[in-house]
Design a protein around this ligand. Structure first.
Ligand code: GLN
Length: 489
């Protein structure tokens, strides 16, 4: 086996296949080996070793034949958050409720990766039904942060982030409802991109909060994210919220490399950053801003006054939609059922749901059911939707002045396992900087830019106007080149 193949990116592996430096099966072997060696990370819920090995052998042949028409993702090993359906495979969504649920069709995300020749290594660990910021609410136990095994990898796509940072996959696909791609990317020192709401089809993706959920890539660099966004995006008539747009062409735009800092204006919402930032993150962020100004970016102070309500609004909207989406898991139509002989149907439902769901999920279902109940709907859900619109207006105003908005991704460094598990409010606050982009439906990315004195990664977050992924990725690639760091994992 050639050594260190698992350290490469999508772009460099694809190049290596074409130059015949190594074969798909050698790359596959390197990843499968690493998955075994680093099993203590608990990044995967399920792996597809046999399928992956036989697919890699098929690609060996195709590359040997010198096929020029193979897409760039051909033979590339990628992991999927266990929220995407893969036909005939179990999809648990991190829950006991779905621990034996076998999908009978493919999600659009899986299908589009397949069409480009991606090899799926397996399904990654996640917070139960994507509710959490640490991957500790998973029924399958927590995932460890590859930088420091005593710390969380973030969540809810923590298994995906750890699989990339720990070199157990070249890239991964996660989902982001309130920060679940960007916050774990930041905690694990990798790149995580949440596209504009509706860019990537939600067909075959287990629903948490349908008006906010969006799939996107977790990768080693910005170019790899562009490759995956181009692959996943584009209209899908099986998702009614899918935007009627062609796939993006961000990778080509990045390859041209014909853009420079002076073309872009970057806004900083200082009113959001005044309180609650870890002092080291604050310091490195201020240094970063000074550095960007020197590089030629125009830095402008912008105001997002309604964003201070983002967490409060999110914890009305997301649980409300979740309580409705999760009502289908009753142990009859779907999901786990308790082997018992109940007296009544109601007792049967209660038993199944109380044994099948974890604590955080139950908390959200109760919150959401309350917020939607008669008499409270106007006071909570409707009011939250109104504030969501105010936030969108603030962003519209800001984007009249700037191309991107810059903040740290998370107000804090990766925390210790168990540290916040019993304090849901403090866990909720860890998404304070990521949630606004979900509520405003905007594309947003996290890029690693600094390392703390305790040797933990710090991520920056850039957000652009709706459908401006092109600009977002251009600015990101400049920042990555100038201020990004080389991963230590
Ligand atoms: N941490 C947030 C929550 O628990 C966001 C989760 C997500 O983006 N899926 O709801």
């Amino acid at each position: 086996m050639k050594s260190n193949l698992e350290l490469l990116t999508i772009e460099t592996i694809a190049e290596g296949f074409r130059n015949e430096d190594f074969k798909p099966s050698e790359v596959m072997e390197a990843f499968l080996e690493n998955i075994k060696v680093k099993s203590e990370l608990n990044a995967y819920i399920d792996t597809y070793e046999d399928d992956a090995v036989s697919k890699a052998a098929e690609f060996d042949k195709l590359f040997k034949e010198g096929r020029e028409d193979l897409p760039i993702l051909s033979g590339i090993p990628i992991s999927l958050k266990d929220i995407f359906l893969v036909k005939d495979k179990i999809c648990t969504c991190g829950s006991k409720m779905l621990s034996n649920y076998v999908s009978n069709y493919d999600s659009t995300v899986k299908k589009r990766l397949d069409d480009q020749g991606v090899i799926i290594l397996g399904k990654t660990n996640m917070d139960e039904f994507a509710m959490g910021s640490s991957t500790e609410t998973s029924y399958f136990g927590p995932t460890l942060n590859p930088w420091d095994h005593e710390r969380v990898p973030g969540g809810s796509s923590g298994g995906s982030a750890a699989s990339v940072a720990g070199r157990l996959a070249v890239a991964s696909i996660g989902t982001d409802t309130g920060g679940s791609i960007r916050q774990p990317a930041s905690f694990c020192g990798i790149v995580g991109l949440k596209p504009t709401y509706g860019r990537v089809s939600r067909y075959g993706m287990v629903a948490f909060s349908s008006s906010l959920d969006q799939a996107g890539p977790l990768t080693h660099n910005v170019r790899d994210s562009a490759i995956l966004l181009d692959t996943l995006s584009g209209f899908d008539n099986r998702d009614t919220t899918s935007l009627k747009l062609a796939p993006t062409k961000c990778y080509e735009a990045l390859k041209k490399n014909d853009f420079s800092p002076s073309e872009f204006k970057i806004g900083i919402p200082y009113d959001l950053l005044r309180e609650g930032l870890d002092s080291e993150i604050d310091q490195s962020f201020n240094l970063l801003v000074a550095q960007l100004e020197k590089m030629g970016f125009k830095i402008i102070d912008v105001s997002l006054p309604s964003s201070k309500y983002a967490v409060a609004i999110y914890y009305i909207i997301a649980p409300s939609e979740a309580s409705s989406n999760l009502s289908r898991y009753d142990g009859i139509r779907y999901g786990f059922n308790e082997e018992s002989t109940p007296e009544t149907l109601e007792e049967f439902y209660v038993k199944n749901r109380s044994a099948g769901f974890g604590e955080e999920v139950k908390r959200r279902i109760m919150l959401g059911t309350y917020a939607l109940s008669s008499g409270y709907y106007d006071a909570y859900y409707l009011k939250a939707i109104k504030v969501k619109r105010m936030m969108q207006k603030d962003f519209n105003e800001a984007f009249k002045k700037v191309d991107c908005i810059l903040t740290p991704t998370s107000p804090e460094l990766p925390f210790k396992l168990g540290e916040k598990k019993d304090n849901p409010l403090s866990m909720y606050l860890s998404d304070i900087l990521t949630i606004p982009a979900n509520l405003a439906e905007l594309p947003s990315i996290s890029i690693p830019f600094s390392i703390s004195s305790s040797n933990l990664p710090i991520g920056l977050q850039l957000t652009s106007n709706k459908l401006c992924e092109d600009t977002l990725l251009k600015v990101s690639s400049i920042l990555e080149r100038e201020v990004g760091f080389k991963s230590k994992t």
